[in-house]
Write a protein that binds this ligand. Structure first.
Ligand code: EPU
Length: 443
């Protein structure tokens, strides 16, 4: 019997919360939030660590994995090709490559999130081939994969593209180490080449590599398993290829700096005493400095950042996104909401993605004073009183920015398409309710 697309989909995609919406009763500008927000493991590390399990000969155990939709999608994608992913308890996953492993990634699942592309590196390196569709993910720009194609060609892969799918085949079944000088820093390309280099013959050198902390976490996991990698945290990473890796102990995913930063911005706007715990303040250094300079009271101690409210009028500033250690594009939308509440004029310059300011129109409909200059730049004038609105979450980070805007606004807001927020934020409404936000999820 020919299977319908629907039945193939339902075999591999676990249940989603696609029809949820949030109803938020805003604080109307009051500083009323207090309590603790416990930060989970980093989405953009956990997804790559799961993909890296393909490089191991034995079972790997990951701890502090966030309970988010993208992790379910990566589990579905891995299970579908024969990598057995088992959730042991909250945040703890076992992953083991099964006896028969396919190298063909399902269209339906891969097109749902960008991180599906990182699987190309370990699968091609281990099995000599991989096929997959153009990866999906948030609609924040064109998001091409030319850097991946160029790099894999240099490593000796033949690349074919047909009917929207790519087929990579390693000449002679093995990738060859080489120097890949990326024309632009790319987080997922750095991670993908690093994983591919682990099983390639000879040395792979990645130049103009990205510096994000999640890459360091992945490298640590690979090195603990026996990989030879140097230069992490610099723009030149060297990987000396060898055999399959061996996991000796569980790996704990580093804290999510974007989740922590998002709650920190919320606390800066509406907190009287909010503690963000289980985070790494080193990864939030620039954000903390910008908020402090603007007038927010912040105390850092160990793995905790405490917001003690504002100290006088909040001042505006200009914001320019940049690769790490610059200001993260993933915090640009929440920070724009912050700027709507500061005195003066702030320019926001999004340098990484060309479609990541689309949410500004919705913020303006809530009462924000925002002028769009071009696809990369807006001017935010403040402070403005925001009022509740019905909104549609356009992507993960803008979705959370809408949640923050709704919390500080006056009246009721409804945010549709919560799936986009669940893709990257662990137990959002539970964490928000714990600090006093009036939020309900309706299905
Ligand atoms: N780019 C190309 N060609 C490529 C690859 C990238 O032109 O082959 C361009 C992109 O279009 C972009 C720039 O290079 O203009 C940088 O993009 P990068 O490749 O670094 O982004 P990514 O690896 O696709 C990751 C995160 C994003 C985060 C960016 C930047 C994952 C799964 N995603 O994306 O996270 O915004 O790095 O830090 O790690 C999110 O979590 O909401 C999210 C979008």
């Amino acid at each position: 019997m020919k299977r319908s697309p629907r039945s193939i989909r339902s075999r591999h995609i676990s249940r989603t919360n696609e029809n949820s919406r949030f109803v938020i009763n805003g604080l109307g500008g009051k500083r009323a939030l207090s309590g603790e927000v416990i930060i989970g493991g980093a989405k953009n590390a956990a997804l790559k660590l799961m993909a890296a399990s393909v490089l191991f000969k034995n079972k790997v155990i990951l701890e502090n994995v966030p309970e988010i939709e993208d992790i379910k999608r990566m589990s579905d994608l891995l299970n579908a090709i024969g990598v057995v992913v088992s959730k042991k308890k909250t945040g703890v996953y076992d992953l083991r490559v099964g006896r028969r492993c396919s190298t063909s990634l399902l269209d339906d699942i891969s097109k749902r999130f960008r991180a599906s592309i990182v699987l190309s590196g370990p699968l091609l390196a281990r099995f000599g081939k991989v096929s997959f569709p153009h990866p999906g993910g948030c609609l924040i720009g064109e998001r091409p994969i030319d850097i991946f194609l160029d790099g894999f060609r240099k490593m000796g892969a033949q690349i074919k593209e047909s009917k929207g799918r790519y087929l990579f085949t390693a000449t002679g079944g093995t990738l060859t180490g080489t120097t890949i000088h990326m024309r632009q820093q790319s987080v997922t390309a750095t991670e993908t080449f690093m994983m591919a280099g682990v099983l390639a013959s000879g040395e792979t050198v990645i130049k103009n590599a990205s510096l994000e902390p999640e890459i360091e976490d992945l490298a640590k996991f690979l090195i603990d398993g026996g990989a030879s990698i140097t230069g992490i945290g610099t723009t030149t990473i060297r990987i000396c290829g060898g055999g399959l890796l061996t996991a000796l102990s569980p790996h704990r995913v580093l804290p999510d700096r974007i989740e922590a930063g998002s709650y920190l911005i919320l606390a800066a706007l509406a907190g009287k005493d909010v503690k963000i715990t289980n985070c790494n303040p080193w990864h939030l250094e620039l954000l903390i400095e910008l908020l402090r300079d603007s007038g927010v009271g912040i105390v850092v101690s160990g793995d905790t950042v405490t917001v003690t409210g504002e100290q006088g009028t909040l001042k505006s500033f200009d914001l320019k996104t940049h690769e790490y250690p610059g200001f993260p594009t993933d915090l640009q939308a929440p920070m724009t909401v912050f700027l709507t509440q500061t005195e003066g004029e702030g320019k926001v310059f999004e340098t990484i993605f060309e479609g990541r300011l689309g949410y500004a129109e919705a913020l303006a409909s809530m009462g924000a004073d925002i002028i769009a200059m071009d696809a990369h730049r807006i001017i935010v004038k403040g402070p403005s009183s925001l009022h509740g609105k019905t909104l549609e979450s356009p992507d993960l980070r803008a979705g959370l920015a809408f949640v923050i805007a709704a919390i500080i606004a006056k009246g009721i807001s409804i945010i549709h398409n919560v799936y986009n927020i669940d893709r990257g934020y662990d137990h959002v409404e539970k964490k928000l309710r714990a600090i006093g936000v009036d939020i309900k999820r309706l299905r």
